[in-house]
Design a protein around this ligand. Sequence first.
Ligand SMILES: Nc1ncnc2c1ncn2[C@@H]1O[C@H](COP(=O)(O)OP(=O)(O)OP(=O)(O)O)[C@@H](O)[C@H]1O
Ligand SMILES: [Mg+2]
Length: 243
Amino acid sequence: MIELKQVTKRFKNKAVVNNVSYSIKEGEIFGLIGPNGAGKTTSIRMMTALLEPTEGEIYINGMKVAKNNKKLFEQIGVVFELPNLYRKSSIRKNLKIFADLYGVKDSRIDEVMEDFQLTDKQDMRVEKLSKGWKQRVLIARAVLHNPKVLFLDEPTSGLDPNTQELIRRYIEKINQNGTTIVITTHDMNEVERLCHSVGFMYQGNLAKKGNLKEIIQEYKEANKGADISLANIFAIITGGELS
Ligand SMILES: Nc1ncnc2c1ncn2[C@@H]1O[C@H](COP(=O)(O)OP(=O)(O)OP(=O)(O)O)[C@@H](O)[C@H]1O
Ligand SMILES: [Mg+2]
């Protein structure tokens, strides 16, 4: 379980995450959604100890999130939008560096390369790969050590439909095997397909949080029973008009 307790992040006195408290259940796929600049990436950076909260605390499976908590890093995997790979090294070498760091066997490298169809390309230098293929390497690297919790910041954005589908199926597969997933995305269809629960962030606040089906039902009832999509709900929460 992930728990945020009154978490605030200020940059130069401006709260970009503002006194936010919520929890994410073990085994669920949790979608953190909201407009550009809402504070999603900042939240994930705090949950993964890349950024320290100005105030508040975060716990993952009872462990306080902190930079020096080595045990925490054994349990989490992270994929950010920036492809922070060794550009001059091959796919395999990039995975091997992480595998060694985590004490992961070579056979596991082969396994994740199979999952992401990287086997044939394993000797290619990362700098020669297109965005989608780099993204496969990034996710493969993040799951090498079988983390209990996987954080994915916009994992499918800007990718072709086949690659998006491969990634979504992989997310579903490891979730079925017990991995908790925290994902951000601007694709509301993706959220409806993948997520059990969502947290809507708006201007640094948690505007709404809960079970996805229940939230949709709640807005449907408020909308006199007419069907309502997550994109409609997004528009309502962010002050847009319902079309
Ligand atoms: N290091 C930083 N210094 C100053 N301001 C920052 C810093 N990092 C983020 N911000 C600001 O914090 C706010 C939230 O940014 P964040 O990246 O968390 O948004 P986001 O919800 O992930 O948006 P997007 O959907 O565009 O990815 C933005 O206004 C951003 O400019
Ligand atoms: Mg972001």
